[in-house]
Design a protein around this ligand. Sequence first.
Ligand code: PXP
Length: 244
Amino acid sequence: MPRARLSVNVDHVATLRQARGVDYPDPVEAAAIAEAAGAEGITIHIRVDRRHIQERDVRVMRERVAGKLNLEMSTAEEMVDIALETRPHQVTLVPERAEEVTTEGGLDLTTQMDRIREVAQRLAAGGIATSLFIDPDPEHVRILAAEDRSMLPGFEINTDAYTRVSGAEQDGELERVREAALQGADAGLLVYAGHGLTTANVGPISAIEPIEELNIGHSIVSRAVLVGLHAAVGEILEHMYPGT
Ligand code: PXP
């Protein structure tokens, strides 16, 4: 059975850095650790308000990330310029609202396809593949399936709704993700998924065969803080009392 690749989103390493306005922790270093641990790609979201990832991070990661660099961004003109200048392997277009804490939902392809197509065309001319972040809704997959594959080869299914419920409701949301994945794969699209995935809920999603890649960030960085704290306290103690 083919296994889904993991792309680790390191945005929240940059969130910690920006909280202090210093130069650590460096998301570039985090990306290298994630790749060494088995991630096959790195995902970063450069937001218009630059709350975490900065242009420098995109530039340096483009040079240092060994696997696939996936840049999430809105369709704002400024972002298209950054992508064309830095040339990540893939851009994932996402909706972005200034007030949101994190990406809140998928793109509305029923109203935004013209702008998305224009951006994807320019990115394709720059050698960059475009993926679209969409909710597991057959209407959106159908609209995307009618587009030119050389420009829009794939999409990322928003798993957020699945991660927010439990029991029978979660089974229903899982089914929506599965159906969107099958519909996309049948249409010849590459299928990715992500948002809100944790060790507790990722299993049924990674078992959906057409899903080639999962983008996971917040839960991994959150866990890293806890599993790394023991070592970090030990290190500071060693520097407080050197040689003891
Ligand atoms: N996919 C997309 C399109 C996202 O915007 C995000 C969050 O930046 C993720 C995946 C990762 O979500 P999480 O941080 O909840 O794992």
